[in-house]
Design a protein around this ligand. Structure first.
Ligand code: SF4
Length: 615
């Protein structure tokens, strides 16, 4: 059996059953966002640049272990990706710095922190995320201590400095600077990160597991004792160690199953009288699950229905013009109890869609935030708009697509080109900008504010963006239309699983229509990608993927572009990743077109204006 690594330790620490699922062959472990991983390593290297005699280990763990062993024989050394193993326990450390005074374990975390916070103390004010960093460091520290029992072991955490403002351009290209500029870049990187000494806090966690974190089996134990217990778990099923649902279940990837296998709750905690073991309280929309959990009601079927709303008819009778969160929740519960609920319930309020000014621009922006600023004067995590897709629906029913993606070299900051391409979308100054969530409107305002920092120079861009934002012929209040509002207030689809995000809504429409997305709706470059057989996977986002790299959500799109911009993509994968980014954004704006057509079709099905649609 493979040694326990950092990830497996954290899984076991959180729940022995998680550990079992993680090592079990039949379960996939956890989905890695490879772009995010690359960007994190890039950040690590930005921290490492302040040290001397820097070495990088190989990707392969065994090889890295041998390299670490050999390099640690040197007097002073900084090892990026050091691998230390003691018996069955192995750790891969972001940076291991060895000097004459001892060994320092260095972890880099993304959370912004103020320079004033120099050392981390276990004083009760620590947030859960920092305690989790300490637990990870305590495991690493224990493995290092076992290999080097006589060494002084320190722990340092690096965080991006909340007050940092870059005085250089292109800090994200720190690895490519020419020698004559490297001193300036190094100085800048020194100021970008705050350093917190975590040695004492890690020692405290190592001596005794902090209350309220980790599984109760390990309460009051030291890390060394916890490792002993985890060793005993190894190949066993661990069922006996976890007898109840507990707090870590909420975000556990093993709680819900998939089409092939039951989830953990269904397998281990399903009461005899619960038939739908895969429908849990955590998937109920909105607030209110705490009361259910306090009453030990974990499955939707167990929830008590209040206010006498025991059937859809009663709900309808007492309902108003909107579909409320409480009603959605009630429908989920009724459905889980096997009561009749409609597949579709649409309120007359969708009529507002018929009053929109054409052309309708279904627009989607992608933004990136990274801790290494790409531009002078910017701070960590400032938004950078790097892509948009716009499907324009004309009053005669024709649909046009415009898109833009920053594919320029790493030094080119994209906002000028983004603005230029956006303002060139045909007839963008007319009609309505349709978006899903307030993000696009906020982005336009942020772009304008950014250009206003140098308003003389950027006068033309500001004016053009203001035209995009305000339109030429419309009232300002009619210019933007948030489709998510219509869904939230007037539309219920029984295939939704609680969430009202665009991807979930799209999937629920596909399921309801039980047909393919027709290419006649789109005029897209990759029509075949959008033909989705209903019995196979329904998620059209899976159908646009190619090769090994996946872009399934806004976060992976962001990380893919950051990897590209920092020059971290391999030559042979660059074109594929850029193509994938285009497809992803295109599908986002196209999903809104599908949603719009779906709602308009439903509206036209009604026989009179005040009618609700119940199917
Ligand atoms: S669902 Fe809960 S009990 Fe099951 S593996 Fe996850 S955390 Fe453990």
């Amino acid at each position: 059996m493979k040694p326990l690594n950092d990830h497996l330790f954290l899984q076991a620490f959180s729940c022995p059953l998680k550990f079992y699922y993680s090592i079990s062959d039949k379960r996939s472990d956890y989905h890695r966002d490879f772009f995010r991983q690359r960007n994190k390593l890039h950040l690590r290297d930005a921290v490492a640049s302040r040290f001397t005699n820097i070495k990088h280990t190989s990707n392969d763990v065994e090889e890295a272990n041998k390299e670490t062993e050999s390099w640690l024989k040197e007097g002073e050394v900084t090892i990026c990706g050091a691998v230390i193993q003691h018996g069955d326990f192995l750790t891969r450390i972001p940076i291991l710095n060895k000097t004459s005074s001892g060994i320092t374990i260095i972890q880099i975390h993304g959370k912004l922190r103020k320079r004033s916070m120099e050392s981390i103390r276990m004083d009760g004010k620590l947030g859960k995320s920092v305690i989790n960093y300490l637990v990870k460091a305590a495991y690493r520290s224990e493995v290092v201590r076992r290999v080097f029992p006589d060494s002084l072991i320190n722990v340092e955490f690096y965080f991006p400095n909340k007050d940092f403002k870059s005085s250089l351009d292109h800090l994200h290209l720190h690895h490519k600077v020419i020698k004559s500029e490297s001193d300036k870049v190094d100085q800048e990187l020194q100021q970008l990160f705050t350093v917190s000494d975590a040695t004492e806090a890690v020692k405290s966690v190592s001596d005794r597991k902090p209350d309220g974190i980790g599984y109760k089996l390990f309460d009051s134990l030291s890390i060394s004792e916890i490792l002993e217990k985890i060793s005993n778990l190894k190949t066993g099923r661990a069922d006996s160690d976890v007898q109840n649902i507990h707090s870590a279940c909420r975000y556990c990837q093993f709680r819900l199953g998939n089409i092939n296998e039951p989830g953990c709750w269904e397998e281990h905690f399903n009461p005899d009288d619960v038939i739908k073991g895969n429908k849990h309280v955590y998937e109920l929309i909105g607030q209110g699950s705490k009361r259910d959990l306090d009453n030990n009601q974990y499955f939707q079927e167990e929830i008590t229905i209040h206010d006498g709303l025991h059937s859809f008819d009663l709900m309808k009778k007492f309902g108003g013009p909107h579909i409320t969160v409480q009603q959605r929740r009630n429908l989920q519960v009724l459905q889980s109890k096997g009561e009749w609920v409609p597949r579709l319930w649409v309120k007359p309020g969708i009529e507002i869609l018929m009053q929109l000014n054409f052309p309708l621009h279904f627009i989607d922006f992608e933004a990136a935030t990274y801790s290494l600023p790409m531009k002078r004067g910017s701070q960590p995590y400032e938004s950078i708009y790097f892509q948009f897709s716009c499907h324009t629906l004309n009053s005669d029913g024709t649909l046009e697509h415009a898109e833009w993606l920053d594919m320029s070299h790493g030094e080119n900051f994209p906002h000028d080109d983004f603005t230029k391409a956006l303002t060139q979308i045909p007839e963008i100054e007319k009609g309505t900008l349709i978006h899903y969530s307030p993000f696009e409107k906020q982005a336009l305002n942020k772009l304008i504010r950014g250009f206003e920092k140098n308003s003389m120079l950027n006068k033309e861009k500001i004016e053009k963006l203001e035209i995009v934002r305000d339109g030429l012929n419309s009232q300002k209040s009619d210019r933007f239309f948030d489709l998510s509002r219509i869904v939230r207030d007037f539309y219920y689809n029984g295939f939704m699983n609680g969430g009202l995000g665009l991807k979930e809504v799209l999937n629920s429409i596909l399921l309801w229509e039980k047909s393919s997305i027709q290419k006649t709706l789109g005029g897209l470059e990759h029509p075949d990608s959008f033909t989705v057989p209903i019995k196979d996977t329904l998620d059209p986002y899976l159908h646009i993927q190619t090769g090994n790299n996946q872009i399934l959500d806004g976060s992976s799109a962001m990380n893919a572009w950051i990897s590209f911009k920092c020059g971290l993509l391999k030559e042979e994968e660059r074109d594929e990743v850029l193509e994938l980014l285009k497809r992803y954004c295109e599908l986002d704006s196209y999903s809104m077109v599908i949603l719009y057509h779906h709602l308009v079709r439903l509206f036209k099905m009604r026989e009179n204006g005040s009618e609700e649609i119940i199917l």
